[in-house]
Design a binder for this molecule. Structure first.
Ligand SMILES: Nc1ncnc2c1ncn2[C@@H]1O[C@H](COP(=O)(O)OP(=O)(O)OP(=O)(O)O)[C@@H](O)[C@H]1O
Length: 197
């Protein structure tokens, strides 16, 4: 069985990844499974808030717990992407490469899979405007991610969500897939050095 295509949308918060994903899912030519890291974390947060609203704080190091929980969830996220691709499903990866370790984990597991690496671009000014208008993200979140997220300069394809609507971005991605140009950008990237302090 052929591995499913992984469409990796790389952009900061509010850059338009989920809007593009929705358009990709709505078209009927190529089926996609949408895997958003937001959904996975929201499910976890909802579970904890609903099940343990009155739990007294325990004598534990919350930073350690949060690190373990985050790592576990990310590991499930990455493995699910791999599994779906292995089963032949096309997957949209809607996530934010927040740090080098996150990228390296993803790279180790998935570099040999067919990945269409898409840069989802938007200016800092427009990102702030979107944060203000949507109201469900911290103002400045996208700015704080900007340099790290856009430090990857090899893409198969880039879309500018300030100039193109989500439908136009999705159409551009579909045209690229149908053109059979192949996917090489992600393989050209290399793992990041992680400094130990
Ligand atoms: N191409 C676009 N043109 C104009 N507005 C857009 C475009 N794409 C997204 N938006 C708007 O920007 C906001 C954020 O969009 P979206 O949720 O798709 O971003 P995101 O990258 O998935 O964000 P997050 O990572 O925070 O979930 C929404 O209010 C959306 O309507």
């Amino acid at each position: 069985m052929n591995q499913g295509l992984i469409v990796f949308l790389n952009g900061t918060s509010s850059s338009g990844k989920t809007s593009i994903s929705t358009e990709l899912i709505n078209q009927k030519e190529i089926p996609f499974y949408h895997l958003s890291i937001d959904d996975i974390f929201n499910n976890y947060n909802d579970f904890v808030n609903n099940k343990f609203p009155d739990e007294p704080p325990r004598g534990i190091d919350h930073q350690v717990v949060s690190q373990i929980v985050d790592d576990s969830i990310l590991s499930v996220y990455h493995s699910t992407i791999k599994l779906l691709s292995e089963l032949g499903f096309n997957v949209i990866v809607d996530t934010i490469i927040a740090n080098d370790k996150y990228f390296n984990d993803f790279y180790d597991l998935l570099v040999d899979y067919p990945i269409l690496f898409v840069g989802v671009r938007c200016s800092k000014e427009e990102l702030t405007r979107r944060e203000q208008s949507r109201g469900d993200r911290l103002i400045g979140l996208a700015h704080s991610q900007f340099d790290k997220v856009y430090s990857y300069n090899e893409y198969d394809l880039e879309v500018n969500t300030e100039k193109l609507s989500p439908t136009e971005c999705a159409d551009k991605i579909l045209s690229f897939i149908k053109s059979d140009q192949g996917y090489s950008a992600f393989k050209k990237l290399s793992k990041r050095e992680i400094s130990v302090s």
